[in-house]
Design a protein around this ligand. Structure first.
Ligand code: FAD
Length: 289
């Protein structure tokens, strides 16, 4: 199916894009890589009258360590995270997530900011960034705002980004020497969304105990969710197999999957346990390297 006719504008700056969003209101939609929006328009599930293409605004595509943070520009492509040496060396979880997302075409065009703004409950980036204490930066008519990832996902396909704001950047804490992370995804076939996804990021202290840990889950709730009881169970403990297995059980209990074509609620819950345990084991292994 073809989308309905629309006007197309390509602002050269974030300020101009924000101005256009104010001018056109809910008749307009931001276009980044188009990997979620264009299919929706073709199905006529979205019919914006105006597309504001932010895809070529300079400065929004970047990956750099800066002070305490790793800064990822909203227009950074999935593929950039998969390929960049800094990410490959120090932020394995991001490589795992990028590598498991869609197929090469989607990864070459889709952006991190677009995936977060789209807020699919099965989003790989949603789970991965929940496993970090990520901050999301937006720009709107009143200037810049920073939103904690814990306050970002409001509901299925709904975020804290206001209609007149652009998501410009994601910041995560810079990797420490004894940090490790992993994202594991169960999918039916290459290119598919997650049946279940488990992201874990942890840091070990001098004794080798878990100083801090966060766990993000994909596709088992109305939004990507954190497994907070599992995290609390692990903090301060030695990362023995038994502790990791118990935490994975707690994650499965707290998941809220629903039955659909990818599997029954019971099956998905069982897979949350398996994939969380394996992701924790891998994160511990990587932290100890
Ligand atoms: C075949 C296929 C397979 C896929 N597989 C997966 C998968 O396995 N896992 C997964 O997580 N995703 C998957 N996706 C979804 C896709 O990867 C992302 O949702 C997509 O990359 C979103 O980024 P985009 O730049 O393409 O956003 P767009 O499609 O351009 O925009 C998506 C939404 O976000 C808004 N938006 C975009 N950028 C901004 C911004 N900077 N500020 C404010 N609002 C913004 C748009 O207005 C729109 O509502 C798949 C998509 C396809 C087509």
């Amino acid at each position: 199916m073809y989308p309905q006719a629309f006007e197309y504008v390509r602002p050269e700056s974030v300020e101009r894009a924000v101005g256009l969003l104010r001018e056109y209101g809910d008749r307009a939609k931001v276009l980044a890589g188009g990997q979620s929006l264009i299919p929706l328009m073709k199905l006529r599930l979205a019919s914006p009258q105006v597309l504001i293409d932010i895809g070529r605004i300079p400065g929004l595509s970047m990956i750099k360590e800066d002070g305490e943070f790793l800064r990822i520009g909203a227009l950074t492509k999935h593929r950039d995270l998969e390929r960049t040496p800094l990410i490959r060396e120090r932020y394995s979880i991001l490589v795992d997530a990028a590598h498991s997302l869609g197929d090469p075409q989607v990864r070459n065009l889709g952006t991190v900011g677009g995936a977060l703004a789209h807020a699919d409950p099965a989003s790989d980036w949603g789970a991965a960034f929940l496993a970090f204490d990520a901050k999301l930066v937006t720009k709107g008519p009143d200037g810049e705002r920073t939103i904690s990832i814990d306050d970002f996902f409001k509901d299925t396909f709904v975020t804290a980004v206001k209609p007149t704001e652009i998501l410009t950047e994601v910041r995560i804490p810079k990797a420490g020497t004894r940090d490790g992370g992993a994202y594991l995804k169960l999918k039916r076939k290459t290119g598919d969304f997650a049946t279940v996804g488990a992201a874990t990021q942890l840091g070990l202290d001098a004794k080798g105990h878990i100083a801090d840990v966060r766990i993000g889950l994909a596709a088992v709730g109305p939004t990507p969710i954190r497994a907070k009881r599992a995290e609390a169970h692990l903090r301060g403990k030695a990362p023995h197999k038994e502790a990791l297995a118990e935490a994975a059980k707690l994650a499965a209990q707290d998941a809220r999957p629903t039955s659909d074509l990818r599997g029954s609620e019971e099956y998905k819950r069982a897979m949350v346990e398996v994939f969380t345990r394996r992701a924790l084991e891998k994160a511990v292994e990587r932290a100890g390297r």
